[in-house]
Design a protein around this ligand. Sequence first.
Ligand code: NAD
Length: 256
Amino acid sequence: MLKGKTALVTGSTSGIGLGIARALARQGANIVLNGFGDAKAPQAEIEALGVQVAYHGADMSRPADIADMMASAASRFGRVDILVNNAGIQHVAQVEDFPPEKWDAIIAINLTSAFHTSRLAIPAMRAANWGRVINVASTHGLVASAGKSAYVASKHGIVGFTKALALETATTGVTCNAICPGWVLTPLVQKQIDDRAAREGIAVEQARRDLLAEKEPSLQFTTPEELGELAVFFCSPASNNVRGVAWNMDGGWVAQ
Ligand code: NAD
């Protein structure tokens, strides 16, 4: 379905971004990977699906890096047809204890980077009259949790940004939507489970069960594969008129 298209997925060396990159590659899209850590293994794995893969190590907190990544993707593939703004970080602390530099980093990486990638990708999408911007927000883009002020602010912000961009492109073939996962068992969440086990003096397995029970009626993690298939749906013709939604895939978290 996506043969000949190019998808750039920020923060795709692990977790949800890698799951989305895999799913889009299975539909034939060429992929631009981004993120820290080992990029060779994901690059080889996705190339084995028969698509072209590039990697750019841009730091999403640095606008100049982002501009370089977008320019290099355009020069390699012509344009970015599908932009997935996924890179994100977390820090948990009460507002009065929240390190200001962590606040700035979370807003820069989780929210402002999506503005920069989008402003640079949209002109070519408009010219082609086809494009998809998919923002990986969170249930924390719809409801809050204590201790996560910066994350909640960034994710509510990106849901708002999604709606504004969807309106600006509403009469074109470019759409913009958000995905709002509940708990997904990635390194970002494993750290919160490990912290909880240490803080409460309980086993990691117990901390994992408690984390789920607190928020997710299904008592199940959402998987990167499931989120990848939702991204594929947003890229399909069936989604041509799906604009500005914030779609939760969260085991019932925000239905409560
Ligand atoms: P992860 O830690 O597995 O992956 C994060 C990715 O972002 C990695 O590839 C990492 O290298 C990259 N990254 C981090 N900082 C970066 C930077 N400055 N520049 C470029 N890349 C950077 O986390 P994940 O759980 O897969 O999270 C992906 C997205 O999903 C995030 O936006 C997160 O907020 C969101 N999310 C996660 C969950 C969850 O339960 N895991 C739930 C809701 C939303």
